[in-house]
Write a protein that binds this ligand. Structure first.
Ligand code: ADP
Ligand code: MG
Length: 390
């Protein structure tokens, strides 16, 4: 798929901007702070309902404006669609498809598909477990938009269960007897958490099994002979079970595991962790506590890989995401935000060659020289809030 027109109102630094786009490569070039990333951040928002730079919507709305609107015309094969999102910080966002009456924002997921490369990607390798969980969950949602619902259900159940645990922890600390009613409510929330958690866990494990060979191959083409990569999923449920409840898991390795088995494993792990959870007042088991360990050779990349290796790893994960999405559905838009300036000459050249054939590639750079030669295409100069075709 590709975007044929992007239109922003009160988004970030833009009061209004209209950007017609063609398939193939388009680069946005201009000095820092002029609004290049703001443009592609809007494209990414349509694909994920989130920014790759901030976790809330408020900074996306132009200072002083009440709301922002992001609109894109999208073509896939011979079908064209218009998607529109209205961002209302503090209130519900609104969405429309083809100027229809309102739909839920999550109903637009899947129309715009992107794989975004950005300087922030280094956090995939060097950052907290949460950065890698978000990577998995966004990719799961891109593969299967209905997972947006599962993710938000999980967040909701987790929040409510934590509230219950917190009050149980308080009651305990103040010497009050834990009421049986509280604990039976907790049983119900355990089931909800295990049910929704098992679905999320199932999707993550499945994702990792298909992503692993693609990431390994991408790494090999970026840094020949530098691998192999191993993506290891560590489940908090297995850790809790191993910690001596006597529930014997198979360790989470070996063979695909079904949803029912994962449900049973989570339920058992929650039961085993309950005492500690009530002491600490927080949910200690579930996909929100899991870790994706990225290994390069025998060692975890985090803490061991060099800067260049870490970059190659992050790029390999993005390239693998791209291969996966294009193999499973329509080709996503490749977005490269200021990444070439971060890379040495060899990685820069290899990455450029790998992305150049994409159906649509959007590149930002501070200067023309940062855009590799193979990525010649349409050019826009971005400066002082103006986006002008060169
Ligand atoms: N909500 C906002 N309202 C107004 N200006 C904003 C907002 N968010 C960011 N900006 C401005 O946008 C500029 C950064 O734009 P950005 O696209 O990140 O630049 P670059 O061209 O370097 O990628 C900064 O000058 C910043 O002040
Ligand atoms: Mg930028």
């Amino acid at each position: 798929m590709h975007v044929t027109h992007l239109s922003l109102a009160d988004f970030r630094s833009y009061a209004r901007v209209e950007v017609p786009l063609d398939p193939g490569v388009t680069s946005f070039v201009g000095p820092n702070g002029q609004g290049k990333t703001n443009l592609i951040e809007a494209v990414g928002y349509l694909a994920t309902l989130a920014s790759h730079r901030v976790s809330s919507d408020a900074p996306l709305v132009r200072v002083g404006a009440p709301r922002a609107v992001v609109r894109a015309a999208v073509t896939q094969g011979d079908r064209s669609q218009l998607v529109e999102l209205e961002l209302n910080p503090g209130k519900a966002n609104r969405a429309r498809i083809n100027r229809s009456s309102q739909v839920r924002p999550r109903d637009v997921l899947g129309i715009v598909r992107t794989v975004l490369f950005a300087p922030e990607d280094l956090a995939l390798v060097k950052g907290d477990p949460g950065d890698r969980r978000r990577f998995m969950d966004e990719l799961i949602t891109a593969r299967s938009p209905r997972m947006a619902g599962v993710r938000s259900d999980y967040e909701r159940v987790l929040k409510q269960r934590n509230t219950l645990l917190k009050s149980a922890a308080m009651a305990r600390r103040h010497g009050g007897a834990k009421s049986g009613a509280d604990l039976s409510t907790l049983d119900v929330w355990d089931q909800h958490l295990a049910r929704v958690g098992a679905e999320l866990l199932f999707q993550r494990l499945e994702l990792i099994s298909v992503l692993q060979p693609l990431a390994d191959k991408a790494y090999e083409s970026l840094a020949p002979g530098g691998g192999p990569l191993a993506l290891e999923y560590r489940s908090s449920a297995d850790a809790a079970a191993d910690a001596g409840t006597g529930v014997g898991p198979d360790g989470g390795t070996g063979g695909p595991t079904g949803r029912e088995e994962l449900y049973a494993r989570l339920t058992a792990a929650l039961a085993g962790a309950r005492k500690q959870e009530i002491e600490r007042g927080v949910t200690l088991v579930g996909p929100h506590r899991d870790e994706l360990v990225l290994k390069l050779g025998q060692l975890p990349a985090k803490g061991y890989a060099s800067h260049g290796e870490s970059w190659s790893y992050a790029l390999a994960l993005r390239l693998a995401s791209y291969e996966l999405l294009r193999a499973e559905g329509s080709e996503p838009v490749l977005v490269l935000d200021d990444v070439f300036a971060e890379l040495d000459a060899r990685r820069r050249e290899r990455l450029a060659e790998l992305v150049a054939p994409g159906e649509q590639v959007l590149v930002t750079a501070a200067v023309d020289d940062d855009v590799p030669g193979v990525l010649t295409g349409a050019r826009y100069a971005v400066s002082g809030g103006e986006v002008a075709r060169v």
